[in-house]
Design a protein around this ligand. Sequence first.
Ligand SMILES: [Zn+2]
Length: 369
Amino acid sequence: MTELPTIFRGLIGQDRAASMLAAALAQGEPSHAYLFHGPRGAGKFPAALKFAAALCCEQGGCGECPSCEKAARGVHPDIEVIAPVGSFVTVDQVREINRNLNLRPHESRARVFIIRGAGSFNSESANAFLKSLEEPPPFVYFLLLAERVASTLATIVSRCQPVRFGPVPAADIEAYLLEHYQVSEVVAPAYARVCRGDLELAKALCIDPDLPARRQSYLQIAENLSRGSWEGGAGQMAAAIMAAASRAGETAEAEEDEAVPEGFLTAPKKRREQDAHRRAGQAQRRELHLALDFLESWFRDMMAMAAGAGDAVLNRDYELELENLALPSKLGNYRRALEAIEAARSKLSYNVELELALQAMFYQLQEVL
Ligand SMILES: [Zn+2]
């Protein structure tokens, strides 16, 4: 394994992707187009920024020179970040890239375009982009980021070298949270697991002042379900989700999918306002998934407890309640409860009415428990 350049340190739980990129740098033959793909919060953007810094740096990513330092602050003139406007990477954005493609680097040895939301090219913008992507000048690099290869146009995928980012392992997230945030050793494992490999979400959880209260209320709903009292749960949960989402919407202004250094936030104010509405919807979906994650963690714990594997319990501050409620004879019921939550999760990804869908889920949970 190639030793990682300094610059890749601090990339959490992505050793495989980092060593692949480091090897390309060490061999002196990086590809001119990469597709970083993997789930939200896996660290694609921070990795792209580090790789871009390494491509620009005279020493291949020392992490200390003025060039590396500018890259880290998001003010490097040879690193450009392009994000979809609304739902799409537009043909205008691509024309802008094409127009400037042959300009020499301002001050380093490369020019790097980081394109977020590479799944958001439409056929028009993709067509305009293909030639540049295929035959860029020798000093130009494209780093495309997408959650899924499958949702990215095949004509684009085929011209890029793929680099896969897996979900960040829960153990890495737990260690990171304990090191960088004031979370207790009791809740850190629960936080690390409910965010399902999304490190950015885990960080957001830790600085969210009322998360502990929300976690408690979602777990309380799960506990009530386990005691056979489910009435009002759906409404209660829907209200909690809406309240949390609207609070998040108010503070979403400065928030991006993954941490973006301030200097790259160059989008015109007007567009950022338009994005606020979209972000409010995202905040609601996010809170919903979080609520379902906590619900799920409860029933996983019930299974663990019922199976005599108390050590595996995630919500360690609820050990007593879990121990009192979990019955070995109901292992199958807990598994079906998890299936019902999972089914609701995929249904709720579409725009069905929140409370109705939650009611359907609670009804099912009552059946299986
Ligand atoms: Zn450097």
